[in-house]
Ligand binder design. Sequence first.
Ligand code: NAD
Length: 386
Amino acid sequence: MRIAVAKEIEASERRVALIPDVVSKLVKQGFEVWIEAGAGEKALFNDSDYETAGATIISDTVSLWGEADILLKVSPPQQREDGSSEVDLLKEGSVLMGFLNPLANPSLIEQLAQRKVTALSVEMIPRSTRAQSMDALSSQASIAGYKAVLIAAEALPKYFPMLTTAAGTIAPAKVFVMGAGVAGLQAIATARRLGAVVEAFDIRPAVKEEVQSLGAKFVEVKLDEETATAGGYAKEISEESKKRTQEAVTERVKNADVVITTAQVPGRKAPRLVTEEMIAQMKPGAVIVDLAANQGGNAAYTEPGGNVVKNGVTIIGPINLPSSVPVHASQLYSKNLVSLMNLLVKDKALHLDFTDDIVDAACVTHNGEIRNQRVKDALQALTVNS
Ligand code: NAD
């Protein structure tokens, strides 16, 4: 069975789907591994590292895509320089794995179905205990949480830690993290390591202990409704609850030097947590890093990929932060992909068991069909609106 790793053509993407260490394990297990020439370069893995690990370096993109049994990618297939699509390079019956962004880009999923490709989208892997080793959204969100704090520290015209010096005492920076899921918890941990005083807020009371164990204060707001699904995901909250949470967080936002926002409800536009009125009351020099920039933003004024300054407050909307830590992002992502592959391949043959909840959720196309109802609905909505 041949596993191939494509070179990412999205200009800002520096990650690679497999790193040499992981390739060497796959080769030892008897897989043939093809790496497109230069695929690991932006993550600082050279072709020679892959060759030493037992991979074959392939310069011809068309052969690599067309002769792979399993094609591994980071970002979704793209349009090529000559105007053709990477999807058309895939062999019928082959498997594609990567971040395919299926709900935002259902037309791509339709193309993959038409191409009769079995596509597995890592975003659709459930966040269950059994799926933890394959949970690429989490491994990458954690990197985003870490990097968000470094970006904030860089933009803040102050120190993060408390310092007692001969020239006087410096007060620690006040950091307020909104949304304490995977990215938020790593943001809390990173801000604490830099010496900031950290407060955090989330609508799910279940995260209180995790927040406290990282040395941050949890801002508690009693809401008269269930805020999480049975699976532990956040639910969209009522207008009344939104009002109550806004009242509770306004004072914190106003006093913060740094606000990191990471709130999301799966499948929904990002909830608006920091309003124009709140920003008008913030201290000049304060910084907001909005990780939900690509989902509509948790803060007013956020521009995806941009920096905006309002009343002296800098609002930063970074996108694709994991790509800015390409070595470790690729390392973690490689392990996620191999764990997922282990579910699909038995005795070096493809064995798709749709009674397995992880395979069932992640596999978005098979045998010419779109398998996921939410993707079908997104495609239908696109057709209706066009
Ligand atoms: P997550 O689902 O683990 O965490 C989101 C948290 O937000 C949950 O704990 C949820 O309870 C909370 N939440 C929902 N509604 C809320 C509200 N109204 N008020 C307060 N909290 C609320 O998600 P994650 O994996 O940590 O990702 C967080 C965000 O970061 C997402 O928007 C994701 O797309 C984004 N992200 C951005 C980058 C980047 O490079 N910019 C990279 C990875 C992830």
